[in-house]
Design a protein around this ligand. Sequence first.
Ligand SMILES: [Zn+2]
Ligand SMILES: [Zn+2]
Length: 141
Amino acid sequence: MNEISCKIMCLSMRNGVEIWLEDTRIENLRQALAAPNAPQFITLPDKQLINRSDIVGVFSPKSMESLTERKNGVWRCKQGKAHDRGEKCDCMPQKTKERNVEMYAAIAKCTRGCTDGYITHNDGSCEKCECLARFNQEYPT
Ligand SMILES: [Zn+2]
Ligand SMILES: [Zn+2]
């Protein structure tokens, strides 16, 4: 039940080996590494012997997870959700979705002949139509 002692961190090695250690052991390792005249080779609690020059770093499970995801082609969208390689993001927040529906409904009712809330003048300039301007005022993001 002691969550703190169960927290583990990953010691990542240059050769790709991941050594998972409890927080407290990582702390011991940190101290061993920081000590003056620290040896080049460090013995881990499970008798593994590592070359300190081969240590890439100590990472949280979360960092390791995103690294594994990246390797597998998984990417994260703006909403922070993981998507498989090639998968399209459909996590627009429900509120934004609903707002978009309302917005297009408001634009559809417009009688000024705008396209998606914008009026293009003959000289090519573009102006926000009143329908969209009003909608944005009534439903600020
Ligand atoms: Zn997404
Ligand atoms: Zn309009």
